[in-house]
Design a protein. Structure first.
Length: 116
């Protein structure tokens, strides 16, 4: 199943979860540098919004699933954990791809902590 074919399922799921009522994440102050660390480790259990809102994490996601880049349908799934999308796009979000995303997300350093 291609990512574009999950649009209805994602929209219905997102609508059912009440995500539409959530306020968008605040924008960083003008002139602020891109975040090079995260407050908490990100993983495929993190919300899509947490991954998309972090430039390094978004790069990891696009590296493994290029079809999500600038995809409005995928953007509507911001309130879902990334791994939950696998139920709607099993061919795109395989266990192997999600595990690779997890491995790369784990390499993003925590803010204020030395990288391991």
């Amino acid at each position: 199943m291609k990512l574009s074919s999950i649009s209805l399922a994602v929209v219905l799921s997102v609508a059912a979860s009440g995500v539409w009522a959530q306020a968008p994440a605040p924008l960083p102050p003008a002139g602020a540098a891109a975040t090079s660390c995260v407050k908490e480790k990100l993983s495929t259990e993190s919300l899509v919004s947490e991954i998309l809102d972090n430039p390094q994490a978004k790069e990891v996601l696009i590296k493994h699933v290029p079809t999500v880049k600038d995809n409005e349908q995928f953007d509507m799934a911001r309130g879902m954990p990334l791994r939950a999308i696998q139920a709607y796009a099993e061919d795109t979000f395989t266990d192997k791809i999600l595990d690779a995303i997890d491995a790369d997300l784990a390499k993003i350093p925590l803010c204020g902590k030395a990288a391991k």
